[in-house]
Structures are given as structure tokens and as C-alpha cells.
Design a protein around this ligand. Structure first.
Ligand SMILES: Nc1nc2cc(Br)ccc2s1
Length: 247
């Protein structure tokens, strides 16, 4: 997968040099390319923003640098057609299902907005040449799209074949399509069996794998009902067995 990130703060993305994603980049599994938006400005101050039409507080990112940046980056015709991702508080909620869907894409471009956002015409113009998605990582406002891009890139990259050592863990993740659809994970434990007087639930030491799987699903249902009643309401009743309904 190729990932291009356009930002005025390229240094925000040094975390993508670390850990499993850094290893995946070095092995060629993921091709991450960072672009400083100011490369497409030509005034002395490398201006990327201006006052909002219609008045109001703050500044808006000018369309010209974005248009030229996207033109140059997408001119690489050999790489196929990219999908442009615009992280924004006003976007569609980004979910694990989106991560699974976007992990199948060959080429993603992330546009990291700052200030009050990017001139709306940038997304309209880009949509004439590629799919464009405005995605929100939650109902709160950051100072820019860089942190949101890191979140989305990590959620997607970890699903790419070869990035995580243990593929099994993906299927047991919270929200993982299939058995964990609309469920969050229950509690996890490791050695020692007793720590500060707190015992590991005995079922987990029993070696009865069917009973352990059942216990884990019960705990996932309980934790989801406690922390995410909104997800419980979305559960497909067909996906619940008799025991699920008793939890
Ligand atoms: N939650 C989010 N806040 C922001 C702020 C800006 Br400015 C750009 C993107 C995002 S995503």
C-alpha cells in the first residue's frame, strides 16, 4: 500500500518510523511518502492560509497549494487511482469496518487540515479525479488533521498482511468484523496467576477452550453493555445465540 500524507507539519509523522509500522515501511510492505504543503507556495512567507469569506474567527487553508500538491502527487499514473482521505470533525465516523475496507485500497492520500479547515473547493475539485472521503475520529476538535491521520493510518496499517506478527489477534480485536462485530473486548490477563491478592479468573487457567471462548464472549457482551450500550442496540439479534441473550 502506498500512503501519501500532505501536511504543514511533516515532523508529526516520525511515529510512523517506529515499531511495527516502521518495520513494515522498511520491508516495503507500506510506502509512506510525506509532503510539506508549503512546497506548493511561492511567496516569501510560504502562506497557506487566509481569512474566511463571510467573516468569522480564524483562518482557512487556501485552495491553490492543495490543488497543486494533489495534481503533482496524483500525476504518478503508474500507481493507479488514489483515494483521498480528509480527516475532519465534520466527517463520517471512522470505524473498524472502514479500516478493514481501506486496508484493501492500493493507494491512500491524506490531507491534513489546520486552522478552521481547508477551503471546501479542494475536496470538490479532487472528487472530479478520485474518490474523496471526509472522516471523523471522534466528536472532539484537534488543532489539525495530523493526529487523526496517525490514528487512521495505524488502524489501517495493522490490518495489512505481514504487518502484525500474530494475525489471530486481529480477529479477536474490539469491533473486528465477524465474531466481534459491534462488541468491545473483555478483560485480558497474564502471569502471575495472583497479583496483589487479585486472582486471574480460574476459567482461564482451566484449559477448557470452548468454556474459555464462551467466558470471553460473555465478558465482551458485559463490557459492551456497560461501556457501549449504543453498540448493543446495533447488535444483529440473529448474531446472538441463546446464551448471549442470557448474559
Ligand atoms: N477531530 C479532528 N479535529 C480536526 C481539526 C482540524 Br483543523 C483538522 C482535522 C481534524 S480531525
Amino acid at each position: 500500500m502506498r500512503i501519501d500524507i500532505i501536511t504543514i507539519f511533516p515532523d508529526y509523522f516520525t511515529p510512523l518510523d517506529l515499531s511495527l509500522i516502521g518495520k513494515a515501511r522498511r520491508s516495503g510492505l507500506i510506502d509512506v511518502r510525506l509532503h510539506d504543503l508549503r512546497r506548493w507556495t511561492y511567496d516569501r512567507h510560504h502562506t497557506v492560509d487566509d481569512t474566511p469569506y463571510g467573516g468569522g474567527p480564524g483562518m482557512v487553508m487556501k485552495p491553490e497549494p492543495w490543488g497543486e500538491a494533489l495534481d503533482e502527487i496524483t500525476a504518478d499514473a503508474d500507481a493507479g487511482t488514489p483515494r483521498l482521505i480528509l480527516p475532519t470533525p465534520s466527517g463520517l465516523p471512522f470505524t473498524q469496518q472502514d479500516a478493514v475496507r481501506l486496508a484493501k485500497e492500493p493507494w491512500l492520500i491524506f490531507a491534513c487540515g489546520r486552522y478552521e479547515g481547508i477551503d471546501a473547493r479542494v475536496a470538490v475539485d479532487a472528487a472530479q479525479r478520485m474518490p474523496v472521503e471526509e472522516l471523523s475520529i471522534g466528536d472532539y476538535v484537534l488543532n489539525g488533521g495530523e493526529v487523526a491521520t496517525l490514528v487512521i493510518v495505524e488502524a489501517i496499517s495493522r490490518l495489512l498482511p505481514g504487518v502484525l506478527g500474530n494475525v489471530e489477534s486481529i480477529t479477536q480485536d474490539s469491533f473486528a468484523p465477524g465474531t466481534m462485530d459491534n462488541l468491545v473486548e473483555g478483560p485480558v490477563y497474564t502471569k502471575p496467576p495472583v497479583w496483589r491478592g487479585h486472582e486471574v479468573p480460574p476459567i482461564l487457567l482451566s484449559g477448557h477452550h470452548a468454556a474459555i471462548d464462551r467466558w470471553r464472549r460473555d465478558e465482551a457482551l458485559r463490557k459492551t453493555a456497560r461501556n457501549r450500550p449504543d453498540l448493543i442496540r446495533r447488535l444483529d439479534p440473529e448474531s446472538l445465540d441463546k446464551r448471549d441473550r442470557e448474559v
